[in-house]
Design a protein around this ligand. Sequence first.
Ligand code: CAA
Length: 259
Amino acid sequence: MTPEFLIIHQQAQPHVAHIALNRPKELNALNLQLMTELRDALRALDEDEQVRVIVLSGNEKAFAAGADIRQMAGRTAMDMYNVDQFSTWDAIKKIKKPLIAAVSGFALGGGCELAMLCDMIVASETAKFGQPEIKIGVMPGAGGTQRLTRAVGKALAMEMVLTGKFITADEAWKAGLINRVVPVELYLEEAFRLAAEIAQLSPLAVKMAKESVLRAFDSTLDEGLHFERKNFYLLFASEDQKEGMQAFLEKRAPVFTGK
Ligand code: CAA
């Protein structure tokens, strides 16, 4: 079925797919349908052998202004439990290919959390990041207290979560939340450039490297090192390892096939 709230380009660039959130009137507020469509689209692209990296964007005004407040406003705790709106987020966390968020304008609440669920963030200089849930009587529920704290540290995370203040792209970059800040007219181009750079590399090595970096957040150092080593050794079962090392020795560019 064609998604209502997403625009999907399977090959925006060679081996790079692009999903744009498309609920512009509501500043891309993340309602249940949008998140379900996003989960399904990401799963399909994760299975697609032609795709190696996925760029996720909103539009110039908003990446996403958060979970849909209108949809949640009348809910009871039991409704929230039964609907379990964040189960789609668990599925997105399992996507193996790199996700690059291209953020312009508002990335608030669930929008900031969605950007942080991606592996890297390229922002336009107009981007604003924030966790303003406290201002509507709740708190972040899709990772904001955890991923933000790990990214920027306790002092700034506490301030953002307890006051709801927004930070600029520049502040986000200085705090280590995002990878780059570029002029607004270049943010998508720069995200594609970064995606294309990664898409040239061995897709198997890239997936295992992503998995290993993410493991650093969930494990002790020893467990993480063990996990990393297993993936490193496992890559020696790939043709890409043979090709990559041989190409280096022959002083030529490697051609990676993902096998
Ligand atoms: N949910 C539903 N609708 C939203 C929305 C949201 N999160 N954010 C914006 N909208 C809607 C507005 O209601 C408005 O709709 P109408 O035209 O029908 O009234 C439209 O988008 C445009 O918004 P504004 O008129 O408010 O635009 P603005 O430029 O004056 O302000 C803004 C922009 C500062 C982002 C403001 O819209 C805002 O504060 N939005 C809410 C941000 C927020 O609180 N996010 C957290 C949500 S809770 C959450 O995300 C929980 C979680 O952890 C997952």
